[in-house]
Design a protein around this ligand. Structure first.
Ligand SMILES: Cc1cc2nc3c(=O)[nH]c(=O)nc-3n(C[C@H](O)[C@H](O)[C@H](O)COP(=O)(O)OP(=O)(O)OC[C@H]3O[C@@H](n4cnc5c(N)ncnc54)[C@H](O)[C@@H]3O)c2cc1C
Length: 458
């Protein structure tokens, strides 16, 4: 039998689970599955040639934004060999870290921790495996199974998926046609700015947004490209402080997820509005203070390399003859128009959650062919169960479990997309649900037929 170009399938060819993406969310799942002794028939597909964490934002002096012990596993299992303290001990840096006079470790160090853990699971990962399509086909026992296609042409089949590819970049619509080597998202900052440093034609850069990344990039550009003028364009009153009240921080707890998840959509959007600055459209005190100091020094010196354009709406973006761009802006409150000409643009405009507002998406583009089977909420975003499984429209037939790992902020609240804080508990829940589903449906290969379990690092 051939279905969709695939020969007849035997159960042995079907993975219990395919994890798409091997960033923090699915690394945490690999640890949870290993703890439950069920990693053997799971494979992770990662588009990069190796796991990396925010490689284009590993700026000198930048630190992480969460307690480092809220890592992949410690809140669930402090004895795990994959916790941040085990990493520090392994690197011979534990005592140095303990006397570090800084609230948070460097971002570079945490990226190296992420790689250290990922390397211990390399036996379970295919790198350079960029997934380009996901579909359903009839498997053995007439049950639908997922077919996952990679850019290389390689095909995988699975009874369940953990979809952990990270959120899509939020590119405001006016800028979308111009995304290029000269109009970039902050995700591509370091690798691009290194080229800009060699390009004498770049004298004016616009940084759009008021996020933590926007402030970090402005500071970095200021010291990295001393000849360049920087226009900071934001919709609000400049740069705001993150809400780091210990009471607000309670939102990064499983109890808050229960509370948020069971609230009405109306209440959820109220909570999201109220708590937005705990993670978005705001920056930490240290970088805000550094930027303010820089602007004051500039005033003392009578220079104006860094210029703030607050309360600005971008009406349009037009390419200039030759090179560069003209931004037509207007003030949100006075409506006064303004025209800004720049050579390059950096969009520190964040990422998209599920929903139907202009800075959201109904579902991730990779899920397009499955999208008609999904259930949607009245806000237009995906309907997802408490254990992170996409809910389906029964009239379109069965949808094997599709866990959305690290994209569920709209349904599960803060901490469920842009944060490490809840990885340890979320991954445990997903791992248990995968196990339960496979047992219940007797999909899993019997234990005797399983591949021998590899110890971490083998
Ligand atoms: C600059 C920056 C700093 C941050 N700092 C912090 C912090 O200090 N603390 C904190 O809690 N959170 C921080 N965050 C939030 C951070 O995004 C999350 O903590 C974490 O990276 C989310 O992990 P993830 O695995 O869900 O997504 P990602 O980290 O985005 O990983 C997704 C993985 O999937 C892979 N992938 C994507 N598409 C495909 C495909 N089609 N096929 C195969 N593989 C694919 C990617 O290559 C990537 O490896 C920061 C975010 C940014 C942008």
């Amino acid at each position: 039998m051939r279905v969709n170009g695939v020969k007849s399938i035997s159960p042995e060819e079907i993975y219990d689970c395919i994890g798409i993406g091997f960033g923090p969310s699915n690394i945490a799942l690999a640890i949870a599955l290993q703890e439950q002794n069920s990693l053997a028939r799971v494979r992770f597909l990662e588009g990069r040639s190796e796991t990396d964490w925010q490689p284009d934002m590993l700026l000198p002096g930048s630190d992480i934004q969460h307690n480092p012990l809220r890592d992949f596993v410690t809140p669930r299992n402090p004895r795990s060999p994959f916790g941040f303290l085990s990493y520090l001990h392994d690197q011979g840096r534990l005592l140095d870290f303990l006397r570090l006079e800084a609230p948070f470790p460097p971002r570079r160090e945490y990226a190296s921790y992420v790689k250290w853990v990922a390397a211990k699971f390399s036996h379970a990962v295919d790198y350079n495996a960029s997934v380009t399509g996901i579909d359903l086909i009839d498997g053995p026992l007439r049950k639908p199974v997922y077919i996952i296609r990679c850019g290389s042409g390689k095909i995988y089949m699975a009874n369940t998926i953990s979809f952990g590819v990270g959120r899509s970049q939020n590119i405001p619509v006016q800028y979308q046609p111009y995304i290029s080597a000269r109009v970039i998202h902050s995700d591509n900052y370091l690798s691009t700015v290194k080229n800009w440093a060699r390009d004498r034609s770049i004298g004016r850069i616009a940084v759009v947004g008021a996020s933590q990344s926007a402030v970090e990039i402005i500071l970095d550009l200021h010291s990295r490209l001393p000849e360049v003028a920087i226009a900071c364009v934001s919709r609000g009153f400049g740069f705001k402080l993150k809400d780091v009240s210990p009471f607000t921080e309670k939102i990064y707890s499983p109890e808050f997820i229960d509370y948020f998840y069971s609230a009405s959509e109306h209440s959820q959007s109220e909570m999201t509005r109220e708590l937005w600055r705990s993670n978005y459209g705001a920056a930490d005190h240290d970088v805000i203070a550094s930027l303010d100091f820089l602007l004051y020094e500039q005033k003392v010196a009578g220079t104006n390399r860094v210029l703030l354009f607050d309360n600005q709406i971008t009406e349009s973006v037009e390419p200039l003859k030759g090179s560069g761009f003209e931004l037509k802006l207007h003030d949100r409150h006075s409506e006064e128009p303004r025209v800004l000409q720049v050579d390059t643009i950096i969009l520190a405009t964040g990422y998209r959650n599920f929903g139907s507002s202009p800075d959201q998406e109904r579902y991730h583009p990779l899920l397009r062919s499955l999208a008609p089977r999904f259930q949607y909420r009245s806000d237009g975003g995906l309907a997802i169960s408490r254990d992170f499984r996409v809910l389906n429209e029964e009239r379109y037939g069965e949808l094997p479990p599709l866990f959305v790992n690290g994209l569920c902020e709209s349904t599960h609240g803060f901490g469920d997309a842009g944060s490490f804080s809840l990885l340890a508990t979320r991954s445990e829940l997903i791992a248990s649900s995968i196990g339960e589903h496979l047992c219940h449906n007797q999909f899993a290969i019997t234990p005797e037929a399983r591949l021998p379990r590899l110890a971490a690092g083998e």
